[in-house]
Design a protein around this ligand. Structure first.
Ligand SMILES: NC(=O)C1=CN([C@@H]2O[C@H](COP(=O)(O)OP(=O)(O)OC[C@H]3O[C@@H](n4cnc5c(N)ncnc54)[C@H](O)[C@@H]3O)[C@@H](O)[C@H]2O)C=CC1
Ligand SMILES: N[C@@H](CC=O)C(=O)O
Ligand code: NA
Length: 433
């Protein structure tokens, strides 16, 4: 048996989950791998709060840098979050040749290229399974099980907080803010939770997945991002009646060498497996050119599920270090090319859900339909709802596939019509065809 001395930076939700997991199953891990994981140091600015876990005397410190520079520590686990001090800690550890394990998708999305290159230059590794899909081993699947595939498409529900909010809005009809407060209390949400509800956390994860799928660091600017802020309960009811469910989706595809990437609330058919992913669960639906369709499902957030992914990486990093492996595939796969080509967002073809409010006047609908026709947008279905007391009628339209640029132009023209009485709402409809 060989011991590996672990230094953990950040003893919050995930840090405490990692320590709890190692305390519970460390002996099992040692039996399976011959490596004994020893939590030698834990740094946190707050070492007073009781995390419900007892650690040995002298393990806790407020000085993270002293853990990084301690020659007795073999590997560093970065769980402080954010992109500033976390970047400093990560680079400092890598420069000292210490492998770093992180759950920090924001850090990788904003500074991934610098971090992967620093790891490579220092003949060591950065391991980040917990950064995407929490406890789901999705990155390990991509870099090992699917290594022989060209990735055609990835659809992901990657944010536990948003999926939890959408699920409870649909099931219980509760207000958005009340459910968000519960997600925060359960430890799912980021600080601040705007990162979750504005889709930015999902975009952070999408760029990590896309980088691994296509072999180059992907900048956040390449990922047009919309979240679920302001989503009305009426939209959830309308889509439900039409046989769809709203999910915040990361969409990653490759067409003729160009990568399409976006994060947006989208309608998915209730009959599709991804529609049944509820609460804080995440799922990633990957199509490879050899394997065809695969799907990965599990808890995307929370103390122990995320801790599980970090622990998996700790054991892999320990094994790589003890075997003198040097730079792991989690680094080399992200740096195969310097950059990727991206589809122009306007050229992307998609179906859409559109909700308008129209004055109840003869000819209102005809004006709208003329605009769609002029933009080559073909209509799959139209439902006019009951008139409001105001004399306006909500109209729900599902379209066939058309170009994004045509949708943008058509919606602007409809919005400017005198018979249109509220800003049109538009969401992608994804039928996975
Ligand atoms: N909570 C979750 O379910 C998941 C979180 N993550 C990621 O894991 C990371 C950690 O998240 P949480 O544990 O939820 O955050 P948290 O806020 O619960 O814990 C962070 C801890 O780091 C400590 N800290 C901050 N600055 C420090 C410094 N300079 N030195 C030492 N300690 C410092 C804080 O006092 C706090 O205890 C973040 O990058 C987050 O995005 C990833 C997947 C799931
Ligand atoms: N805030 C994130 C935490 C995990 O990455 C989420 O809700 O998914
Ligand atoms: Na994961």
């Amino acid at each position: 048996m060989k011991e590996i001395k672990i230094g953990i930076l950040g003893f919050g939700t995930v840090g405490a989950g990692v320590v709890e997991g190692i305390q519970k199953n460390g002996a099992l891990m040692a039996e399976r791998t011959g490596i004994v994981p020893v939590v030698a140091k834990i740094a946190d600015l707050d070492i007073e709060t009781d995390r419900g876990i007892s650690v040995g005397e002298g393990v806790l410190t407020t000085d993270a840098m002293s853990v990084i520079t301690d020659d007795g520590i073999d590997l560093i686990v970065e769980l402080v979050g954010g992109t500033s001090i976390a970047r400093t800690f990560t680079l400092e550890a890598l420069k000292r040749g210490k492998p770093v394990i992180t759950a920090n998708k924001a850090l990788l999305a904003d500074h991934g290229e610098e971090i992967y290159k620093t790891a490579r230059e220092n003949n060591t590794g950065i391991y980040y399974e917990a950064s995407v899909g929490g406890g789901i081993p999705i990155l390990r699947s991509q870099r090992a099980g699917l290594i022989g595939n060209r990735i055609e498409s990835i659809y992901g529900i990657l944010n536990g907080t948003c999926n939890y909010i959408l699920t409870r809005m649909e099931r219980e009809g509760l207000p958005f803010d009340e459910i968000l407060a519960d997600a925060q209390a359960l430890g799912y949400a980021e600080t601040p939770p705007d990162l979750d509800i504005d889709g930015i956390d999902t975009a952070h994860k999408a760029v990590v997945l896309a980088s691994m799928a296509y072999g180059a660091p992907v900048p956040m600017e390449a990922c047009p991002t919309k979240g679920i802020r302001g989503l009305a309960a009426s939209e959830i009811r309308n889509t439900e009646e039409l046989g769809y469910r709203i999910k915040l989706l990361a969409i990653i595809k490759e067409n003729h060498g160009e990568v399409e990437l976006s994060v947006e609330p989208a309608l998915v058919p209730k009959t599709h497996m991804i529609a049944s992913v509820s609460d804080s669960f995440n799922a990633v639906f990957v199509k490879g050119d050899i394997v065809d369709d695969t799907m990965y499902y599990g808890r995307g957030a929370g103390r122990l599920p995320t801790g599980s992914a970090v622990i998996g990486d700790i054991m892999e990093a320990a094994s790589d270090k003890l075997n003198g492996k040097g730079v792991p595939v989690s680094v080399t796969m992200m740096l195969q090319k310097s950059e990727l080509d991206y589809c122009a967002p306007g050229s992307i073809e998609k179906r859409c859900y559109i909700r308008l409010c129209l004055e109840d006047k003869p000819g209102s609908m005809a004006k709208v339909m003329n605009i769609f026709g002029a933009h080559n947008i073909s209509i799959a279905s139209v439902v006019q709802k009951e008139l409001h007391e105001s004399g306006c009628a909500p109209v729900v339209i599902l379209t066939q596939k058309a170009k994004e640029s045509e949708f943008v132009a058509a919606i602007a023209e409809i919005d400017a019509l005198d018979v249109s009485t509220c800003t049109p709402i538009r969401m992608r409809l994804e039928d996975f065809e």
